[in-house]
Design a protein around this ligand. Structure first.
Ligand SMILES: *Cc1c(COP(=O)(O)O)cnc(C)c1O
Length: 477
């Protein structure tokens, strides 16, 4: 054994304690750390690229990394990172995630580990948590992008099967053009279409309801009628990233039963709202979908990277993802046969953090997180509106505040100046967007750590950034 490796082999406890001490320092400083690190700290110099001929050992490497790069870490795990849709990690999920690396199981059904059985138990619990029927099976993938990819891949296989074509065998060209009907698809759906050989141009946009990102079912029906026999995937939204719009899923299910398309529901974060009786009604109808995406690293608050895909078509999933080899297990259709159901072969044991968090906090704990985020988002929206210098671009109906500063000049330049001042300040981080052609700012609340005090801090930072950026329209405040 290499002498440094040999040295480290005898010091695993010290090395892990070293990492734990840094972890605690990070967590204890999280509320004070600038949410966005200073610009110079997010770059690395030539030293980071230098390949060492001889190493320095794990403890020195840990210390060096921490000394050189800890300042470059964002506060995305903390309570005031409102950019994108960024969850945190609950204590139980975090601890479980560490153990996943320690025990290093390959989460497949191969008879030598409990990992697959516990993944099946976790997926089943999440299905129950969200009120989905037992007809759904599911698996863990790396994120909602992959869950959308898997859902559309199974749908593609199903479209072929209905026409006597095995796409897994013959390729998508054997089916001819496929269209994807959707109103406000997340960009990851278009990426999935690219990967699946459908092409990004296969998106047929469908008109939204007035002043909404949600699909207009009458417009969908009109588009279906344009080519009633064309193979069709419909991607519905259950929570868009700008306005948390939910498509009218019961209406889409009725159309599906008439026109025979595949109905995929992208419920990356909105699906988790089903844990709260206050919001579960928004998902009515999703129980009849063909495939569903639910992220775990957003509102379920487990560390990256983790999401689930659900489907009622296990046979089509197996046909798509089976991986035949004499040295691997057989592609038997059972819901825990993940090697034959997911894009990966070797897989991280992503289920354990979710399983642990459900054990630790139960349905009640997750309902509280969802409701608190929604209450705090509503409060932030009200305060911004009352201040007068801001305008809500959409009502706050779940956990996202989409707003814009009231500017006197160019709206995009004003928004950019405000956002730069806000994110430079470091108390809170928000990200830009465009809604109905208007430049805006998003604040998405999905972290279990976010509390009332954070809304006070975030609001004060927003007010200060509005003043500092000097973009305010005369008389707006
Ligand atoms: C975040 C998100 C995605 C993509 O998810 P990743 O986990 O980043 O891959 C897809 N759809 C919606 C609605 C999302 O919010």
């Amino acid at each position: 054994m290499h002498p440094i490796l040999h040295h480290d082999a005898g010091r695993e406890a010290e090395i892990l304690h070293n990492a734990c001490a840094k972890a605690m320092a990070f967590l204890e400083g999280l509320e004070r750390r600038p949410v966005r690190p200073p610009r110079r700290a997010v770059d690395v110099d030539a030293e980071a690229f230098r390949l060492p001929e001889e190493g320095i050992g794990a403890e020195a490497a840990l210390d060096e990394f921490w000394a050189r790069h800890a300042d470059g870490l964002s506060g995305s795990a903390g309570p005031r990172y409102f950019g994108f849709v960024t969850g945190g990690g609950t204590p139980a999920a975090l601890a479980a995630d560490w153990l996943v690396s320690v025990v290093d199981q390959n989460a497949q059904l191969n008879g030598d580990t409990v990992a697959a059985a516990l993944e099946l138990a976790t997926v089943t619990q999440v299905r129950d948590l969200l009120g989905l029927p037992a007809a759904f099976t599911g698996s863990f993938v790396s994120g909602a992008t992959m869950a959308n990819l898997v859902g559309l891949a199974i749908g593609r296989q199903w479209l072929g099967a209905a026409r006597g074509i095995d796409i897994a065998k013959s390729g998508v060209a054997a089916l001819g053009p496929v269209r994807v009907l959707s109103t406000s698809p997340h960009s990851s759906t278009l990426k999935a279409m690219s990967l699946l050989g459908l092409g990004r141009d296969a998106w047929w946009p469908v008109a939204a309801l007035p002043d909404s990102e949600a699909i207009d079912p009458a417009a969908l029906e009109a588009r279906l009628a344009e080519a009633p026999d064309m193979p069709t995937l419909v991607v519905a939204n259950a929570g868009t990233v700008n306005t948390t719009a939910f498509d009218d899923l019961p209406a889409l299910v009725r159309l599906r039963d008439r026109y025979g398309f595949w109905l995929h529901v992208d419920a990356a974060f909105g699906g988790v709202a089903a844990v709260s009786p206050r919001f579960a009604g928004r998902l009515a109808g999703w129980e009849a979908a063909d495939s569903i995406t639910v992220d775990a690293h957003k509102w379920l608050n487990v560390p990256y990277d983790s999401a689930m895909q659900f489907t009622r078509h296990l046979d089509m999933q197996l046909a798509t993802f089976q991986n035949l080899s004499p040295y691997l297990s057989a592609p038997v259709a059972r819901p825990d046969n993940y090697l034959h159901l997911t894009p990966e072969n070797s897989r991280r044991w992503r289920a354990l953090p979710v399983w642990m968090a459900l054990r630790a906090y139960g349905r009640g704990g997750f309902a509280e997180i969802v409701e608190r985020c929604a209450d705090l988002a509503a409060l932030l929206g009200r305060r911004l509106e009352e201040l007068g210098g801001f305008e809500l671009l959409a009502p706050v109906t779940l956990n996202v505040v989409c707003f814009a500063p009231r500017t006197s000049g160019d709206a995009a330049a004003g928004r950019d100046a405000f956002l730069e001042a806000l994110n430079r300040d470091g108390r809170v981080l928000c990200t830009p967007t465009e809604l109905f052609g208007r430049p805006g700012v998003r604040a998405a609340l999905v972290n279990w750590r976010t509390r009332m005090e954070d809304i006070d801090l975030a609001f004060a930072a927003m007010r200060d950034a509005l003043d500092a950026s000097g973009v305010m329209a005369a008389g707006a405040q």
